[in-house]
Write a protein that binds this ligand. Sequence first.
Ligand SMILES: Nc1nc2c(ncn2[C@@H]2O[C@H](COP(=O)(O)OP(=O)(O)O)[C@@H](O)[C@H]2O)c(=O)[nH]1
Ligand SMILES: [Mg+2]
Length: 340
Amino acid sequence: MSEQTEPSSPVVRAIRASRRELARLITRIENHAAGDDLAALYPFTGRAHVIGVTGAPGTGKSSLVNALARHFRSQNLTIGIIAVDPTSPFSGGAVLGDRIRMRDLAGDPGVFIRSMATRGSLGGLARATGDVVRALDAAGFDRVLIETVGAGQSEVDIAGAAHTTLVIEAPGLGDDVQAIKAGILEIADILVVNKADRPGVELTVRALRAMLDLGHRTERIAHHGQIMELPLALPTTNPQVDEASAWQTPVVQTIATSGDGIPDLADRIAAHREYLVNSGTLALRERRRVALELAERLREALLARLLAQADPAALSALVDRVLRREIDPASAAQSLLESG
Ligand SMILES: Nc1nc2c(ncn2[C@@H]2O[C@H](COP(=O)(O)OP(=O)(O)O)[C@@H](O)[C@H]2O)c(=O)[nH]1
Ligand SMILES: [Mg+2]
């Protein structure tokens, strides 16, 4: 990995020197037992370009991640891959097929692949994924690819950790305009129509372009299920981000299995990164993301503190009073706050 100076942090030295140590750290992150390590590695983050790859099952996300990873490797970039499948009860989802596809990458010291276990809540999974991204970033990987199934809130959550989000469609799956969820289009920085060797590809591309033309552009940040929407056209309040520099979501055709269209897709990803940096959007998004994460962590910590202080019997009595309609839930919460 491309790092010149020896980092002062033991955990960062360890994960840069040994992928076993990196794997162990990720396990600690999944078990919520990596607080000190995450604090120690945080100053070494902020270098990697994080790319989210989302879409319905079978659209070719794993194949695309594989093809992109090979392309980046040919440019001597190091790659971290995180596969998240919250819809699967098995850790890592359709791991068998993915493993076969990834086999050629797996022996490459410039590639690190990890499937995320799916224990706990989606919010917890999104948080853990964000922390794993930080670990891979601190470990020195140039690009981090996150594969996630578009099946609900999860892809929105996980998109919050990505700088550039690719939404994958395939002909025949998504050419019914109604089937393309508006929410998933909104998180797309680049729309990829994969399986461009299949019939109906033009139809899908046209449907997506029409939907893009319909939707007004908004700048958004997703975090743990919350979406803050701000109109991108805020030139008076933020001169760095104006409409002239607004990103036009491209529609790119690929054949992941043959590699057709992959160099073009990689160019678009690089262009998006450039746009994020040059327009000031990256700094703006990072600031919002940090503010949201801080608020979320504060909320959790305050709630935990309050519940730890509360007398369980009194809490239970309060629940009973709400059930008996003697007090409404908002007033009950207020009385807890005041007694705390
Ligand atoms: N014809 C064709 N098949 C593809 C293409 N990309 C992926 N596939 C196949 O589609 C199936 C699902 O791909 P996969 O990458 O597992 O999709 P995922 O579920 O979105 O990760 C596999 O059998 C792939 O070989 C493509 O561009 N063209
Ligand atoms: Mg997959």
